[in-house]
Design a protein around this ligand. Structure first.
Ligand code: F0G
Length: 457
């Protein structure tokens, strides 16, 4: 059969609230034209993030009831530990309440002034946790990854030559760790190839540098390898995942993505001395090493989610449903990052609304219009999120790309929801010349996109 169906039945449903366009205009104005400040109840289809928004399975909900809430040595911890080890084969598995908690612990210990961490592209919390220690976070994405309109199978790869040159420039002793973000969220959810992972391993061996994954979307990355990389078509996703992790010394993970749960994360590693330091810090900031900021029931749900996320029927549906939305938008002429990534479609706002200059935030304008037109909540990933001001002139230094992310929660929306999303985007695209720029009238000194308030120009 050609039709790819959702590989699940729906047992519990959650009604969504419909609003009128007039109501949405008022709601958006009251929220300062910032979709983060809208009540979720006033959103029809919520594509703000794929993080912590998964629908859990009946087995996961059963796990919630089975959760062992003992403070120390809970049965649920050992199930969690076994599930993470099955994937990573790492020796030490440290639970955390979400991804950035693992990052905070790892980088607090390894970071500090004069240190450099290198990645294909660091996600913003990862970068923030590195910079918070006084260290620098360096992104060395491969060239093709910087061109939204060009298709390539592995646009998330790190530039291997640039990596080696950088190591020689600043000295291997100043680089505690190289990290690959799989898939590359900030660069369009694009995957990293096994070959690239292997090459980074070689370089890290040559210079004796640690190599870690930011593993949030490891299963989606593995499925892309199965689909696109020679030699992997006949391997199971589990085999591919295990091979990927066999090349790294550790990982930070937000279980809110590819563990199909609403909260959770981990830090996995092989280095005993470092693990001990991390656990000691964990006790101060997260909790005892067998729960690390989570309840026993959360650990059960993660363990179960890790089995479900590498199911090939699930991944086939998952990757296809993003691609399906991408194809519909491309057919309507909407410019997006190509090819579609693993968890989201990224609209290229520069090409969508070329009449709005970066200083007037074209991405934000599209975000607002998608909400008004059809009640969609999306997020700007461009100069609102990453723009900086020139210290001398006070002028905006725009982000490299102006994007709008439509992140698709896992197992939450059906094909007709996705059809509706495509219709709304197309409608806004068809009257794109009417879109207006925005100016910021309030902003916080850091991570301004969460709380900024805007005004149409
Ligand atoms: N790394 C990547 C690649 C991420 O996408 C995220 C979160 C994190 C780390 C941090 O994990 O939220 O559990 O602390 N990304 C979310 C998003 C927030 O919407 O893309 P966390």
């Amino acid at each position: 059969m050609k039709t790819i169906i959702e590989p699940f039945k729906i047992k519990t449903v959650e009604p969504i609230k419909f609003t009128t366009k007039e109501e949405r205009i008022k709601i958006l104005k009251e929220a300062g034209y910032n979709t983060f400040l809208i009540h979720a109840d006033d959103v029809l289809i919520d594509l703000l993030t794929d993080s912590g928004t998964s629908a859990m399975s009946s087995e996961q909900w059963s796990g919630i009831m089975r959760g062992d809430e003992s403070y120390a040595g809970a049965k649920s911890f050992y199930r969690f530990e076994a599930a993470v080890k099955k994937i990573t084969n790492h020796k030490f598995i440290i639970p955390t309440h979400q991804g950035r908690a693992a990052e905070k612990i790892l980088f607090s210990i390894l970071g500090g002034k004069g240190k450099y961490f290198v990645s294909n592209t660091f996600f913003d919390t990862t970068r923030a946790n590195i910079e918070f220690t006084g260290a620098e976070a360096i992104d060395l994405l491969c060239e093709i990854g910087k061109h939204p309109e060009q298709r390539a199978p592995f646009k998330g790869n790190i530039d291997i030559n640039a990596l080696e040159n950088f190591i020689n420039k600043v000295g291997k002793e100043n680089i505690p760790l190289v990290m690959l973000t799989i898939t590359n969220n900030s660069g369009g959810g694009q995957p990293v190839s096994m070959e690239n992972i292997r090459e980074v391993r070689k370089i890290c061996d040559k210079y004796n540098i640690r190599f870690y994954f930011d593993a949030c979307r490891f299963a989606e990355n593995a499925y892309f390898i199965k689909l696109r990389e020679k030699g992997y078509q006949n391997k199971t996703v589990l085999e591919i995942v295990q091979e990927m992790f066999s090349y790294v010394d550790g990982s930070t993970m937000s279980a809110k993505k590819d563990a199909l749960v609403n909260i959770g994360g981990w830090l996995s590693l092989n280095d005993e001395e470092l693990a001990t330091k991390c656990r000691n810090l964990l006790i101060v900031t997260e909790g005892f090493p067998t729960y690390g900021g989570l309840a026993g029931r959360d650990l059960e749900a993660i363990a179960q989610g890790l089995e479900e996320v590498i199911d090939e029927h699930y991944l086939k549906y998952r990757i296809r449903s993003i691609e399906y939305l991408g194809e519909k938008l491309l057919a309507a002429g909407v410019p997006i990052i190509e090819p579609p990534g693993g968890h989201a479609i990224y609209i290229d706002a520069k090409r969508f609304a070329p009449h709005i200059p970066p200083e007037q935030y074209p991405g934000q304008s599209i975000v607002c219009e998608l909400y008004i037109e059809g009640g969609l909540r999306t997020v700007e990933i461009g100069s609102v999120m990453f723009g900086k001001y020139d210290k001398q002139t006070g002028k905006l230094i725009p982000a490299m790309m102006e994007l709008v992310r439509l992140a698709i929660p896992r197992r939450v929306y059906t094909q007709s929801h996705i059809d509706y999303v495509a219709e709304v985007v197309t409608e806004v695209f068809n009257h794109r010349e009417l879109l207006k720029g925005y100016k910021i009238i309030y902003e916080a000194p850091v991570l301004r996109h969460f709380t900024a308030r805007f005004q149409p120009i």
